[in-house]
Design a protein around this ligand. Sequence first.
Ligand code: ADP
Ligand code: MG
Length: 676
Amino acid sequence: MNFASSLSNVKGVGEKTAEQFILAGIHTVNDLVTFLPRKHEDFSDVVKIADISPGKKTIRARCEKIATRPVRRGLRITTATLADDTGKLQAVWFNQPYRATQLKGNDEFFFSGEFEFNYNKYQLSNPSAEKVSDVPVSTDRIVPTYRAIKGLKSQVVRKILTELKPLITMYPETLPANVVGTQKLISYADALMGMHFPKGPDDIQAARDRLGFEELFQLLLASQLNKQANAQLEGWHIPFDQQVVASFVKQLPFDLTAAQRRAAWEIIQDFEREVPMNRLLQGDVGSGKTVVAGLAARQAAHAGFQTAIMAPTEILASQHAETLTKLLEPFGLTVGLLTGSVKGKARVTLYEMIANGTVDVVVGTHALIQQTVHFNKLGFVAIDEQHRFGVKQRQELLKKSEKMPHLLAMTATPIPRSLALTVYGELDVSILNELPKGRKPIETKIWSPNSSAQLYEKIDTEIKAGRQAYVICSLIDDNPDNEIKSVETEYKKLRNSVFKHRTIGLLHGKMKPDEKDAVMQSFASGKVDILVSTTVVEVGVDVPNATAMLIENADRFGLSQLHQLRGRVGRSSHQSYCYLVMSDSSKPSQRLREIEKSNDGFYLAEVDLQLRGPGEIYGRAQHGALNLQIATLADTKLIKRAQDAAKLFVQSGDDLLQYKQLAEQVNTYQRLTTLN
Ligand code: ADP
Ligand code: MG
């Protein structure tokens, strides 16, 4: 038997068990021995119920009574009475109804959870449960728990792994010896042993250090290599013309901020190089990214190149087209808008104009990446709100040029440093770290559900002063149709009562593109006083005269999403307000308190990363395969170490292909994070 053997060759693995493993993607011995435990339970310290005190505790008990009841949509609570020979206590689980089946009968279990005061009594919250007879008898009783595989218990996984123990100790090293040595890591085999058969907490720690380092090393090596590959590419040379840039800046109705000037300069320098630009323009909401892209497009057009600007929504694409037309038309440039709603003859004509170069700047949605779109000479690609797009879509767009075009990825979701280093490690970054002059911080406040009347008055005061407002309705449950219902109900309610004397607009994702456009136009031109909308306005929308935003059911939104939404106001020198109305009168969540406290997108992104993890924030599309099992991106120290080691490895000229497993993983990451 070796690591490539199929699992059915292992003693104790019957046909049925092997099939279940295969369903979970575990085919070979290697797959199983590298299948890491989700966590470790420490059963070495079991307390008697009579002696229990608050904190993380383990008891050994039987379940006497268990019942599940629905509390509200999406929440089911299971409560149980657990007993040992010294007493009883109550345990509670959220959304784990299977506990009733698991704990039925008279078996003894180890329960491990937080013993805490909740809902007016002490109870054990969300404890794990391991049948005592399933727990291996070792003196230390630190037991690995594996991700649930349908029909396969952790206990079975542990048993089979025990069978494989001798083989695991011989697992070949996966990292270059040099890296293991200088980083003072334990061997891969020892790390696997430490994860599967820890003798104590120190074993687990050493194993986690080693494996966490390895994950980050792979990721960072991938981005180093991408960066290196990018440097080999030949791009378009777009020469800097000072007069062109100066005349563009001169006609702007405002002065560029120092940060905008710096970013524009960085882009223009990249344009001059042989190597295509690969740059991320990061700036908080309202920091003025669009005009920076406009300036670059102006320079590109002057050198005879077309620009493509891709935006995630039609609303945003048409807004950009309008903004850029204003900025570029004075110089005789033509801006085209390509979205799903440009149809028939108009679309064909636009295709022709793009293909023959009549259109200098094409703004569009996903429609831009279709096969039917051919550019004459695409030199510059800007992707707005880039985190909304997958790698594939960016690559498709970049392919529409003979040589790799210069790429500017723009994002208003500030990327915490740790992610910037890892996932986006190969990008050069420009940061707009200042807002245009005269902007006042948005006043944000949490309100209870019955404060509407008061808030409508505040909104009316704003309108009286010539300003405009948004009212945002959220998803009431997971059904998008209900979101439409809620926004329509709200719209009718406001129109027929408190705001009878005002003009109200309705906007949601299911409306036809030209309807959406018409509403946005009337709002942008000031004809509509209040826009009642779903989150379709979340990103990018720019109506500087809007100064108030009321967000209903604010607790249902994520932190970054709230920050983005709120960024629709505070876009002029007028004081702006954001009212966060809660669904019920419970205590505001940490999310809401953070957003109330801070207007700083970078700070909020860090908090969001802590609260939710990177996968949730940066979208499955892009980083679903960013399969960090051990390392966390919050561990900046480890990231730094891995970064340095990856750089050294690349410089050393050591051949990656010597390290098969490492090479495979690095290759996957390279494809995942590359922009090219
Ligand atoms: P974002 O970075 O969120 O994409 P936008 O590009 O939409 O920001 O710009 C926000 C608003 O600020 C727009 O109305 C834009 O015209 C305006 N703006 C951009 N730069 C400046 C500046 N330097 N001074 C004043 N207003 C500016
Ligand atoms: Mg924008």
